[in-house]
Every structure is written in C-alpha cells, then in structure tokens.
Design a protein around this ligand. Structure first.
Ligand code: ZN
Length: 242
C-alpha cells in the first residue's frame, strides 16, 4: 500500500548489512520501514546476502549506491557518462537481476550528481536520495528547505535528506535534538509533509566512519510512533508519474 500520510524516510548507505540486519527487531518493534542503499555487492559473503534478503523480506527497501562508490560527477567528467553507467550502475543492476530483486531506487555516492548523471539514470530509476545544505542540525529553521509536500510525491524524484548519523568521519557530531524532532514531526502532520534523512552504519559500539547510534535511532523511532509519524521506505511511496 502506498504511503500518503505524514512520514519520514530514513535511509542508510554503504556496506553495513550485518549491523542493519541486527536492528531488524528494533525496526519491527516501532513498525518502521527504512531504505538501505548498498554498494560493493560482489564483496558480500553468502551469509551477508542472506541477511540482505531477510532485510528485503521484512519489507524494507533496498536500493543502489554505486558499484565502487566513485565520485559520480568527477568520474563522468573524466570518463564519460556511458563509462560511469557501465562501471558504476550496470554491475549493480546485473547483480540485483541475478538475485531476482526489483530495484528502482538510487542514492548517488557522496550525494554527488549533476544534470548529466540524472539524464542517464532517470530512465532506469524512480527515486534518488540526495543530500542537502542542512549544516547546523540543532536548529529547526535549517530543515525548512527539505519539508516536502505529500501531494507532490508522484512527481518528487529527488529526495533531499538531512544527515542523521551521530558520528561522522569518526567524530561525534551534534545531533538533531529531540525538541527539534518534535517540531519537525508537528509540522509534518500540520502541513501533510514528509522528510528524508540519511545515515550509514547503525551500531551501539562502532565509532569509526559514519555511524547512527542505535539508542538515538530508537529514541527517534519511539517519538515518531508516539506522534503518529510513519517511518516508511522508498518502496512504500506512491508510484512515480513520469
Ligand atoms: Zn556512501
């Protein structure tokens, strides 16, 4: 069923299938569906492929995040768009096809894209998670530009997200405070809107790279549930009208 109620879209990137799989029970507890964008698919072990399949079977969305996570714009400028497609996109599609998975969502590596990459990828993928200019996450006002209207979803193909991780480049970062989450959720309800977020690893113990701390994620999911904000995956959205 497609989602037309106020909602958040939590998305997570890269190669953290073990830790993503580990939080499935927590996501289930809060009736939350999220989106995972994978890269380096050929490096997954059989056990990890099985975990990814369980994630998908639990109703979460799986998307592409490039094959080797190169910088899309630079790679295209250096090699041409067809080379980017052949090296970064087609191998992902082949892998997913070989596993029988229908994939219609893409998140550019480094949230890096331009009109050339979009022109090539828009025919194949429905929606694209991207970044945004939100820098100071402690201020509600900085989220203003990424509140999007639910009734525009059929033509909303770029989904600008706010950074969710509590650790970035192995350093703790000031997080979105819970009172800001409350204001975000209130506006989502009052104005019939949705908002997208992006993180990477999900862990209680890892502190290298980019990590969303498990207990922080749980706090957010709990508040969302209390305030009747759905947490949905990209596959739960109304179909894109092209
Ligand atoms: Zn990435």
């Amino acid at each position: 069923m497609s989602q037309t109620k106020p909602c958040i879209l939590l998305t997570f990137d890269d190669q953290h299938v073990d830790n993503w799989h580990a939080v499935l029970p927590m996501l289930e507890k809060y009736d939350a569906k999220v989106t995972f964008y994978q890269n380096n698919l050929d490096k997954l072990t059989d056990e990890q492929i099985d975990k990814a399949q369980q994630i998908k079977a639990a109703g979460h969305t799986i998307g592409c995040h490039g094959w080797r996570h190169v910088w899309p714009v630079q790679y295209t400028e250096d090699n041409g768009i067809e080379k980017f497609w052949l090296d970064e996109v087609q191998p992902c599609l082949d892998w997913y096809d070989a596993h029988g998975w229908q994939i219609t969502n893409y998140a550019y590596a480094f949230n890096n894209y331009d009109q050339h990459t979009n022109a090539r990828l828009f025919n194949r993928f429905d929606r694209f998670r991207c970044g945004n200019a939100v820098t100071d996450r402690t201020q509600f006002e900085t989220f203003e530009s990424i509140f999007l209207d639910l009734d525009q979803l059929p033509t909303q193909r770029m989904m600008p997200g706010a950074h969710l991780d509590t650790i970035s480049r192995s350093e703790p970062k000031p997080v979105i405070p819970m009172d800001v989450w409350k204001r975000i959720f209130t506006q989502l309800t009052d104005r019939a809107q949705h908002m997208t977020f992006y993180g990477h690893n999900i862990s209680a113990t890892d502190n290298q790279g980019h990590v969303t701390e498990v207990s922080y994620l749980e706090e957010v999911l709990k508040l969302a549930q209390e305030m009747k904000i759905a947490c949905v995956g990209m596959d739960d959205l109304p179909a894109v009208v092209r």
